[in-house]
Design a protein around this ligand. Structure first.
Ligand code: FES
Ligand code: FE2
Length: 465
């Protein structure tokens, strides 16, 4: 033990198997993007607590960051028919995202060209044959062309060409629709960096929404986001996972300004455990669950060289049976580990078939003490099948637990453990005098996120001068 401790102190990494050791024991040569190490120290400065609590900081984010970034607005499958739309809101900004033609998605500022009225209510979604203002009835086609104006004779200066709806940049990737409020923004493709190449082997576009849950939370949007960017909290917040979760030896990577990743091991015990369970015991926990109900139904553990292999075999069989999807090309780590990506500023798609989650975090209006968190599950579309309809969207209030959303299945109680911390973090940050301190390695994704955020704020404030 003392030897292990000194290794921990000198390497700057946890005891427990490294990525190379886990992959060697798996013995199936995972793709290079998972083996790649892309960590760099980003310093150790503390963060001012008012980044999470002050109206002034929120206003700077709104002005200089949210107006410049590519942000996920919806899934393409949520607007499948011509005229289907989603209103995407961020602070004071509101954008209508609409399927205007079979293969075309457009986005417009949600403001009438006459006297500014919101054309569609914030937060709504539905289908429309045209875009008509509720005030005086000015009307546009779905592609933003002016169609008609009541008492046209009274507006001699209004020419159709100059009175299109104000268009907003749109891009798609992985079945997601992204918008950017900055007309001069670089392409979505360049913004995504390495992300598309890492999802090529199990594409997000070939998946369908099996859960789509939004909840209002009593904390800043960054407090909620950051609770999901590290596995450092597992030992204290999710102790039930320690017997089968390699938490402190999680692998962390960052790429460019916008992308980061964590890779938390499944099927190996936490390095925190003094008396870790045997591999057979871990297999039993993962295959049968902690209770005995699954065993009573006659489930058998696959014959496999390790708990990780057993879980991988089970998952492949389940995905085939439940979703008609063949995942036989994926290696053990791709199947079982918690591999979660982050795209600045607020979008987290998981690579993991075992738990195919996507998170999105947004401010709630302009209140720095509130936010919206969304959790989606994206299961495979059958290889030979029609695309299933996405599940209906569920919206939970601040007092509605995620366990009210049965479609999130086994992850809800884990979310509830995280939720228990969030309002306390927000309250604590309001009273804190000292800066927020981050771990060099395990919290590198949070530091990386703030570094990018600061770039936007600095660039915007420079332009203001
Ligand atoms: S404000 Fe929209 S038609 Fe008058
Ligand atoms: Fe958590």
């Amino acid at each position: 033990m003392s030897h292990a401790k000194s290794a921990e102190q000198t390497s700057g990494r946890s005891i427990g198997p490294s990525a190379d050791e886990v992959f060697r024991l798996d013995g199936d040569n995972p793709p290079s993007f998972l083996r790649e190490d892309s960590y760099e120290s980003l310093g150790n400065a503390t963060l001012a607590p008012n980044r999470y609590t002050s109206q002034e900081f929120h206003d700077l984010e709104m002005k200089h960051m949210w107006t410049k970034v590519w942000q996920m607005a919806c899934r393409e499958e949520e607007i499948p028919k011509i005229g289907d739309y989603v209103v995407h809101d961020i602070g004071d900004f509101s954008v209508i995202v609409v399927r205007s033609k079979d293969q075309t998605i457009d986005a417009f500022l949600n403001a009438c060209r006459h006297r500014g009225t919101q054309l569609r209510e914030s937060g709504t979604r539905g289908n429309m044959s045209r875009i008509r203002c509720p005030f005086h009835g000015w009307t546009w086609d779905l592609d933003g062309k002016l169609q008609s104006i009541p008492c046209r004779w009274d507006f001699p200066e209004v020419i159709d060409e100059g009175y299109k709806l104000s268009s907003v940049k749109v891009g798609t990737w992985g079945g997601f629709v992204f918008i950017n409020l900055d007309p001069d923004a670089d392409s979505l493709e360049s913004y995504l960096g390495v992300l598309p190449s890492h999802f090529e082997r199990w594409p997000l576009e070939n998946r369908s929404l099996t859960a789509n849950v939004q909840r209002q939370l009593n904390c800043n949007w960054k407090v909620a986001l950051e609770a999901f960017l590290e596995a450092y909290h597992v030992v204290q917040t999710h102790p039930q996972a320690l017997p089968f979760t390699g938490d402190s030896n999680t692998k962390y990577d960052v790429w460019g300004d916008n992308v980061s990743r964590l890779l938390t091991w499944s099927g190996i015990p936490s390095p925190h455990m003094e008396n870790p369970p045997s591999d057979e015991e871990i297999t039993s926990m993962l295959v049968f669950g902690v209770g005995t109900e699954a065993r009573a139904e006659g489930v058998e553990a696959p014959k496999a060289p390790s708990a990780r292999h057993a879980l991988a075999e089970l998952l492949k069989a389940q995905m085939k049976e439940t979703f008609g999807a063949d995942l036989s090309h994926l290696t053990v780590t791709e199947l079982v580990d918690s591999t979660q990506y982050f795209l600045f500023p607020n979008f987290c798609p998981w690579l993991t078939p075992a738990l195919p989650l996507v998170y999105r975090f947004r401010p709630y209006g302009n209140d720095p003490d509130k936010c919206l968190m969304e959790a989606q599950l994206l299961h495979p579309v059958p290889d030979d099948g029609p695309r299933p309809d996405p599940v209906p969207r569920r919206e939970l209030g601040p007092d509605d637990p995620f366990t009210d959303a049965p479609e999130l299945s086994q992850i809800s109680p884990v979310f509830e453990q995280d939720m228990g911390n969030l309002h306390r973090i927000q309250r604590g940050l309001k009273t804190a005098k000292e800066g927020v301190t981050l771990g060099d390695y395990q919290e590198i994704r949070i530091r990386h996120f703030h570094k990018t955020l600061d770039k936007y704020l600095a660039a915007g404030q420079k332009d203001d001068r």
